[in-house]
Design a protein around this ligand. Structure first.
Ligand code: MN
Length: 213
């Protein structure tokens, strides 16, 4: 996705049905989130780059100087790539849900960096719960190759020059109210806890290996 010219970016299909993440994320929220919010970011990104010299650039190439492009490109482009990662790192009946945990290489890296999966989960959940207003919590691979937990406001992404903590995201959690309000109302911590049941650790592992390569 980041290696595709912006004007050639496709609005890809959701890799599962709207109700696939029930009961943790409800079908109505998924449908609205994907068809309205995600679609909106895509359409507005395309409108923002149309007729400009950004059309023939890759989104991956402008992330590092996102502070110098129009805000509509930062906000909608970020929205589009953030959600793309979000959809692809969730899935139905993943692992041994409801005790869904990573295995293999990513599990080893998490244990090495955070001490244990439970400690990672705590740090990540805390980043997600304490993000004021709208934004994202991330598991990123920092420049030194180590895993880190971070958080960004709005639709910013850890690859952007504006991000407080830089790195390549391999897992992201949307904590905008539109991601959980219908089912959880103001109970963001419950949403975060339940979301861990639908994380697709196989995809996170693939992302991890792609960064390390
Ligand atoms: Mn969202």
């Amino acid at each position: 996705m980041l290696n595709t010219l912006i004007k050639e970016l496709k609005f890809s299909e959701l890799p599962y049905a709207y109700d696939a993440l029930e009961p943790y994320i409800d079908a109505k929220t998924m449908e609205l989130h994907y068809t309205k919010h995600h679609r909106g970011y895509y359409d507005k990104l395309m409108a923002a780059i149309k007729g400009t010299d950004l059309e023939d650039q890759k989104f991956g190439d402008i992330l590092g100087r996102i502070s110098k492009v129009p805000a509509a490109v930062r906000n909608n482009g970020g929205g589009f790539i953030n959600h793309d990662l979000f959809w692809n790192t969730m899935g139905k009946n993943i692992g041994s849900e409801p005790s869904n945990k990573p295995g293999g290489e990513i599990a080893k890296a998490i244990d090495a960096e955070f001490g244990s999966f439970e400690k990672f989960k705590q740090e990540f959940s805390n980043a997600a719960a304490t993000r004021f207003g709208s934004g994202w919590a991330w598991l990123i691979v920092a420049a030194d190759g180590n895993l880190k937990v971070s958080s960004t406001p709005n639709q910013d992404n850890p690859l952007m020059d504006v991000a407080e903590t830089q790195g390549t995201p391999i897992l992201g959690l949307d904590v905008w109210e539109h991601a959980y309000y219908l089912k959880y109302q103001n109970r963001r911590p419950d949403y975060i806890e339940n979301w861990f049941n639908v994380v697709n650790w196989d995809e996170v592992t693939k992302n991890f290996k792609n960064v390390k390569r």
